[in-house]
Design a binder for this molecule. Structure first.
Ligand code: SAM
Length: 210
């Protein structure tokens, strides 16, 4: 019975991930960092931003088979962007843009998002320090004053030749430790994958090139 159900789920997904989202179909991943993202992080985001009226807005950067069902997981209006046209199928149908996270301010208004999640970009395509700076500067511009940036990245030597926390634009943010079950720190390491919670820096830090 379970096998038949799995086959039907796969068929629906192959026909259209958008249809599968509407039907509430999921294929949860089991890796510890994905479980952490989909449970502790999403729960925190839903609890803190999910009840806002008008609804809070979240930008999820980079779309994939792993993340196609996130419109069902987040109680915010979910916008998605990916540089690859073929990944649009995994984005949130009416709120997806094909474009680069190095130029977010081309596509979105300033101070228009409550939450931005940039997971699996640094180390998986955005592998130059300049790209990391552009991503952080863009996220800073797009976030509302009390907005939250969740960055998930791989900056070990097997992935990139820089450290995210040493990039220039990292200074635009303060690390933030959510006061919530399963969280309580700003940075979480899962092998070579790191998550960090960031809020906009309260002052105006000087960063070169500005
Ligand atoms: C490892 S997947 C992560 C997907 C998703 N964020 C997640 O957590 O499941 C990396 C994705 O980032 C996209 N990507 C890489 N560089 C990008 C850029 N400059 N702008 C937007 N998307 C980019 C790739 O096309 C790919 O779909």
């Amino acid at each position: 019975m379970t096998k038949i159900l799995d086959k039907l789920k796969n068929i629906a997904f192959k026909l259209s991930p958008h249809l599968a989202v509407k039907m509430g179909i999921e294929f949860p991943m089991k890796s510890p960092n994905r479980v952490f993202l989909e449970n502790a992080i999403f729960q925190y985001i839903n609890q803190n931003f999910g009840a806002k009226s008008p609804r809070a807005a979240c930008l999820f950067i980079g779309t994939d088979k792993r993340s196609w069902h996130y419109p069902n997981k987040l109680d915010l209006v979910l916008h998605t962007i990916d540089i690859e046209k073929k990944k649009a199928i995994y984005g949130n149908h009416q709120h997806h843009i094909v474009g680069s996270a190095t130029e977010l301010d081309r596509y979105y208004d300033a101070a228009s998002f409550d939450v931005i999640i940039g997971n699996g970009l640094i180390g998986f395509g955005m592998n130059q320090p300049e790209q990391c700076d552009q991503l952080l500067k863009g996220a800073h511009a797009l976030l509302k004053e009390d907005g939250l940036l969740v960055l998930g990245y791989n900056d070990g030597p097997d992935f990139v030749n820089f450290k995210v926390k040493q990039t220039t634009a990292y200074r635009l943010f303060d690390e933030y430790a959510p006061d919530a079950p399963g969280l309580g720190a700003s940075t979480f390491e899962f092998g070579d994958h790191t998550f960090v919670f960031l809020k906009k820096h309260s002052g105006t830090p000087e960063i070169s090139g500005e």
